[in-house]
Write a protein of this length. Structure first.
Length: 360
C-alpha cells in the first residue's frame, strides 16, 4: 500500500481501517475507488480476525463530499449520447451501499468534516456514524439537476416529520447536533478524541465489551440541534402534496411575520434556484418511497438516475456548479408549471432489463 493510493487499507489489532485518501478532491469517490472498497469489505467480512471496520476520510476538511459526478458528467457528454459509465457508476455505487447496509460486523463511519451525497451513502446506510464538531452534512443534489439518492429515499423518510422533504429539496446543511437529531449520526465524539476512540476499538474484544459500548463511552452531548427549532415550521410548510403548495405555504409563513418568517422567505428563494424537474422528482420520490426498505429505495433511485442521465438538467447543473462555476444554471424546462405530471412521471417509468435488482 502506497501513501498516494486513493483507498488506504490497514489494520490495528482486530480493527480494519479504510481511509479515503483523496483530500484535494474532498475525498469524492470514483468508480475505481468503489471497486477497491467492495472487495476489501468482502475480505474483512470473512476474516475471523477482524471484529469491526472503521471508514474515515484523509485530510482536515471532509469525510467524503460525494461521488465523482464530474466523471459521470464527462461520460454523458460524449458524442453519441451517455456512455456505459452513466449506468455502471450508479449501479456499482448502489451495490456497494447495499453491501454496507448488510455488513455482518460493526461498520463505523467517522463523518468528520464534509459529508454529502455519496459520502452519506457509505455512512448513513451503515451501522454507526460518529460525528464531530466539524461535521457538515447535506444532500445538495437538486442544485445540480439530480435528486437525493444513495438510499436517501429511505433515510430521509426516517427523519422526524417532514424534515426529510425539506432537506432533500433544499440541500440545507446540518451540523453534528442536527445530524444526530435527524438520525444521520449515531454518536458525537470530539475530534481530539477520535484517535483515542480508534485505539479503544482496536483493543476491543466483542465478547467482553461490545463496540456500541465503546462508542457510548466516548460519546458526549452535542448540544441543541438548530434544526429542531424549525421542526414545527418545516412540518407546516412541507406537508403539501405538490412543490407549488410547498412554495405557497412558505410564502404564507413568511408573510405571517412570525418567528420563522425569515427562514421561510430564504427557503422559498432557495427552492426557486433549484432545478424545477429535480424538485418535482424529489417530492414524488420521497412520497411514494415513504415505507421503502433500502433495496426498494436503491432500485427506484437507479431507475431515476438513468432517466436523468438521458435528460438535460444534470449536465447543466454540473456545468454551472462544478465546471464553469458561474452558478447560473439554465434549467429546462425552466419553470415548475412546465414540469407537468406527465413530464415528472416519465422519470419513474420502468427501464426493462437495465433495472437494478438484488439477489435474495
Amino acid at each position: 500500500m502506497a501513501e498516494n493510493d486513493e483507498i488506504l487499507l490497514g489494520r490495528d489489532g482486530r480493527l480494519a481501517i479504510l481511509t479515503i485518501n483523496r483530500p484535494l478532491a474532498l475525498n469524492a469517490l470514483t468508480l475505481a475507488n468503489y471497486r477497491r472498497i467492495g472487495p476489501a469489505l468482502r475480505a474483512w467480512a470473512a476474516d475471523p480476525l477482524v471484529n469491526a471496520v472503521v471508514v474515515r476520510g484523509a485530510g482536515d476538511r471532509a469525510f467524503c463530499a460525494g461521488g465523482d459526478v464530474r466523471a459521470v458528467y464527462e461520460a454523458g457528454r460524449r458524442i453519441g449520447g451517455p456512455s456505459d459509465l452513466t449506468g455502471i457508476f450508479f449501479r456499482e455505487e448502489y451495490e456497494l451501499i447495499q453491501r454496507i447496509h448488510h455488513f455482518p460486523k460493526p461498520y463505523i463511519a467517522i463523518i468528520d468534516g464534509i459529508t454529502m451525497g455519496g459520502g452519506a451513502g457509505i455512512s448513513v446506510n451503515g451501522a454507526y456514524r460518529v460525528a464531530t464538531e466539524r461535521t457538515l452534512f447535506a444532500m445538495p443534489e437538486t442544485g445540480i439537476g439530480l435528486f437525493p439518492d444513495v438510499g436517501a429515499t429511505r433515510f430521509l423518510n426516517r427523519c422526524p416529520g417532514y424534515l426529510g422533504r425539506y432537506l432533500g429539496m433544499t440541500g440545507a446543511r446540518l451540523n453534528a447536533a442536527d445530524a444526530l437529531y435527524c438520525g444521520f449520526a449515531t454518536h458525537y465524539v470530539t475530534r481530539d478524541r477520535i484517535d483515542e476512540l480508534m485505539a479503544a476499538l482496536a483493543a476491543t474484544k466483542p465478547a467482553r465489551r461490545p463496540v456500541e459500548q465503546v462508542l457510548g463511552s466516548f460519546a458526549v452531548d452535542s448540544g441543541p440541534a438548530p434544526i429542531a427549532a424549525l421542526q414545527s415550521a418545516i412540518d407546516r410548510c412541507f406537508v403539501g402534496e405538490s412543490v407549488e403548495a410547498i412554495l405557497d405555504a412558505l410564502a404564507a409563513e413568511a408573510a405571517g411575520g412570525g418567528t420563522h418568517a425569515a427562514w421561510a422567505q430564504e427557503t422559498r428563494a432557495s427552492l426557486l434556484t433549484k432545478s424545477p424537474t429535480s424538485l418535482k422528482i424529489t417530492l414524488r420520490q420521497l412520497t411514494i418511497g415513504r415505507d421503502y426498505d433500502l433495496e426498494a429505495a436503491l432500485a427506484l433511485e437507479y431507475r431515476l438516475t438513468q432517466h436523468v442521465m438521458a435528460s438535460h438538467d444534470f449536465y447543466e447543473g454540473v456545468r454551472a456548479v462544478l465546471i464553469d462555476k458561474d452558478q447560473q444554471p439554465h434549467w429546462h424546462p425552466p419553470t415548475l408549471a412546465e414540469v407537468t405530471d406527465e413530464v415528472s412521471e416519465a422519470y419513474f417509468a420502468p427501464i426493462g432489463e437495465r433495472e437494478l435488482r438484488f439477489a435474495n
